[in-house]
Design a protein around this ligand. Structure first.
Ligand SMILES: NC(=O)c1ccc[n+]([C@@H]2O[C@H](COP(=O)([O-])OP(=O)(O)OC[C@H]3O[C@@H](n4cnc5c(N)ncnc54)[C@H](OP(=O)(O)O)[C@@H]3O)[C@@H](O)[C@H]2O)c1
Length: 221
C-alpha cells in the first residue's frame, strides 16, 4: 500500500514505522519539510515532502496533525485527497477541570465528520486514535494473548476494506464500529481512556465482555 502521512510528529513516526515494517511504502509530509525528512529517515520511509506531496503520493493518507487543525488542512488539500482513503487518528482533547476534556460537542459532531465535510471526495475513516503512540512501536502488538483490536468507523465500504487490510498487515485485529456518525464515540472514548491512564488507572480493565461473567445475561440488542 502507498501511504502518505500528513504530519511529522509522534504518531507519524510510530504508525509510519509500523507500516514500513509491514512492507508498505510511506511518504512523510510536513509543513516543515526538514522535520518530515528527519521523521522519514528515522523510520526508513520511501520519501518525504510537503503536505500536498504526501497527500498526492498515498492511495491512503493518514491525518496526524492536531485535531483542531485537521478539518482546515483537509479542506486545503481537498482536491489532492479526492478519491483516496483518508485515515483520521486525531483526538479532540484539551485540559479540563476534572481531567482531559473533549473539545467537540461529541456525538455526530466529530473531527472525522468535519474532515469528511471539508474533503467531500475523500473516503474518510476514523481509526488509530485510541492507543498511545508507543503501542505502534511494538512488533505485532498483542496483550493477554490477543492481538490488539483496532476500532474504526467508516461510511465507505472501500475505506473499510483498506483499514481492514492495513490493520491485518500490522498483525492486529480490525474492529468495525459502524459509520462516521459513530466516530464521535471513538473520539470521546479516547479522551476518556487518557483520563483514566493519567489518573493511574488501566482503562482496559474496565471493559470486560459480559460473556466473561458466570451466569451472564444475554442483553444483546
Ligand atoms: N501521540 C499519541 O499518543 C496520540 C495517540 C492517538 C492519537 N493522537 C492524535 O494524533 C495527532 C497527532 O499527534 P502527535 O502526537 O503526532 O502530535 P505531534 O507530535 O505534536 O505532531 C503533530 C504534527 O502536526 C503538525 N502540525 C501542527 N499543526 C499543523 C497545521 N496547522 N497544519 C499542518 N501540520 C500541522 C506538526 O508540525 P510542526 O512541527 O510544524 O508544528 C507536527 O508535524 C493528534 O491529533 C493527536 O490527538 C496522538
Amino acid at each position: 500500500m502507498r501511504i502518505g502521512i500528513l504530519g511529522a510528529g509522534g504518531m507519524a513516526a510510530a504508525l509510519g514505522g509500523a507500516w514500513v515494517r509491514a512492507g508498505h511504502e510511506v511518504v512523510v509530509g510536513g509543513r516543515d519539510t526538514a522535520a518530515a525528512a528527519g521523521t522519514a529517515a528515522r523510520i526508513g520511509a520511501a520519501g518525504h515532502g510537503g503536505l500536498g506531496e504526501a497527500a498526492r503520493y498515498g492511495d491512503t493518507v493518514l491525518v496526524a496533525v492536531p485535531a483542531e487543525a485537521a478539518p482546515r488542512l483537509a479542506g486545503d488539500l481537498a482536491r489532492d485527497l479526492a478519491g483516496r482513503t483518508v485515515l483520521d487518528c486525531t483526538v479532540p482533547m484539551a485540559p479540563g477541570p476534572g481531567g482531559p476534556a473533549l473539545t467537540t460537542s461529541g456525538g455526530t459532531d466529530s473531527v472525522a465528520a468535519r474532515v469528511a465535510a471539508a474533503a467531500p471526495g475523500a473516503r474518510v475513516a476514523k481509526v488509530f486514535g485510541v492507543c498511545h503512540e508507543s503501542v505502534w512501536t511494538l512488533p505485532r502488538p498483542a496483550f493477554e494473548g490477543a492481538p490488539l483490536a483496532v476500532p474504526f468507523c467508516a461510511d465507505d465500504p472501500a475505506a473499510a476494506r483498506v483499514v481492514t487490510e492495513l490493520v491485518d498487515s500490522m498483525g492486529c485485529a480490525p474492529l468495525p464500529c459502524g459509520g462516521l456518525d459513530r466516530a464521535g464515540l471513538l473520539e470521546a472514548a479516547a479522551v476518556f481512556a487518557v483520563g483514566v491512564w493519567w489518573s493511574g488507572g488501566e482503562a482496559r480493565h474496565a471493559f470486560p465482555s459480559p460473556a466473561l461473567a458466570p451466569g451472564a445475561v444475554d442483553d444483546t440488542p
